[in-house]
Structure formats: structure tokens, C-alpha cells
Write a protein that binds this ligand. Sequence first.
Ligand SMILES: [Zn+2]
Ligand SMILES: [Zn+2]
Length: 279
Amino acid sequence: MSTATCPIVGCRLSVDIVLKSSDGALVGSHKANLDSFGDAFPSTHQSPIDMSEIESTLKILMRFIHPGSHPDVSRLTSRELFSLAYAAEKYKIRDAMTVCSRHIMGLVEKYPVRSLGYAVKCNYPKLANVAAPWTVFRDPTTMKKVLKEARSLCAWLEYKLDFVGKYCQQLSIPVEAYTGVADLSQCLAWEKYHSGVLAKFSAMVQGGPSPVHTEKHGDIFDVEIPVCSRWNCICKMAGGGRLQLEDVKRTWKGRVLDEMKKNQSIFTTSFLNTSDGTG
Ligand SMILES: [Zn+2]
Ligand SMILES: [Zn+2]
């Protein structure tokens, strides 16, 4: 029929089933291993089996059905990793599912949108909640592409609205309440800085294909403090001049971020139904 070989170097098991990748390659495998390491493999009565994964994904996946051959997934590209993760879920290759979901948990900050999409599709509520905060400054169009289903997108929109509402509330509390400094309401420099932060926040909430760094919530505060034009302002009388406002800015940022952490929004995962294997 074909001369497909097992991709695992040194494997001595006989090839009794052939998988055909979506890009046309034939990958040899073993019925008994597929049955014992996975729970949802397509029927092995027919060979070759048409698979929807590409050759490289199948080859990595096959390593998980050979004891002692598990690959180091940290060496995979993000594309390889997510393809493997989805294939592992589809065929219920348990070891691969565990390894991939744990590894993705550690990459959430780097790939928040894809991680959330994977978490929702594959029922990992804990991972969804870790990934969600990193996606709040994304736009619905981007999220729709990964979340796909209406209920997931609704859950994300609810999450984003709740998060944005809480953040707005925190940003509108007068800075004095947080930092204990004297009244800065008359300081023109602080007023301009504060409006700058609000404008930046508003622009980020609009979302869009933002670069990775704008997903860090603390970046909102990175707006330059202008020179105060009130000659007798408290920011000058206090002796430190602009330097003192930089201190206020740092303290304010720390406090707002702390409050947001304490008061985290929850990504509703009640529509997910299986237990979370990510720990
Ligand atoms: Zn083999
Ligand atoms: Zn001032």
C-alpha cells in the first residue's frame, strides 16, 4: 500500500496504520498505541486515514503515543504549539493535552488572544481567566476571530465592560485619596497629566491591532507630566518641583493597579463544562 514509516527515530514497532496529513504526507503509526494513548482517534479500520492536521503536527503528535518520546514543547514555535494543542484535544491524546495546556498557561502574556481562544474552545476555565485580563484592550473583531461562538464573544464583552468600568472608577478617584498628598486639584501639570492618562485609556479601550506592549495595563500611566504653569502651585512650593509629581505618579499607578488586582473581573466560564486540567 505505501512505505510510510513511523516518524519516531529508532521505533521498532511495526507500522500497521497510515495517517495522511492535510498536506498529503503519509505518516506511519501503530493501532495499539493510538488506542491506548488517545480516546478519540478516528476509526483505524481504513488506511490511510485522512487527517486534517499538517504533517509536522502529526509527527509531533505521534511522539506522544510512544512512551519515552515526548517532545520538549517549549522548543516549538507558537504556531506548532497551538496546532499540536488543538490536535491533542481533538484526538484526546491525554499526555499531549496536559503538556500543551500547562505550557500555554505560561505563555499567556505572550499570546493572550490565542490562549483565550484555546482555553474557551478546549474548556480550560482557569486558563481563560488568566488570559482574559491581557485581552481587554483588544477590539471585538479581533476577538471574534478566535472566540468564534456568540456565547464566548458575549462572555468576553461582558468581561471587558466590567473591567473597563472598574478601571474608569479607579482612575476617577482623586489622587489625594490614594497618595495622601496635599490637594493637587489646582495643579495644572497634574490636571494635564491626568487628562493625558484618561485619553490614553480611552484610546486603548477602543482596541485595535495594538502592539504587545499596550496590553500591559500599567502603560496607561506612562504619559509625560508637563511643566506646571502656575508659578505658586503646590507642586513647586513643596520643594521637589516636577520630581515630586513623578513620585505621585508612581504611587498613584501602584495603587490603581493594586485595586484592580484586588477587585478582578471574572471571565464567565459557566458555559464551559469540563474540569480544568491546568492545575
Ligand atoms: Zn513508532
Ligand atoms: Zn502644579
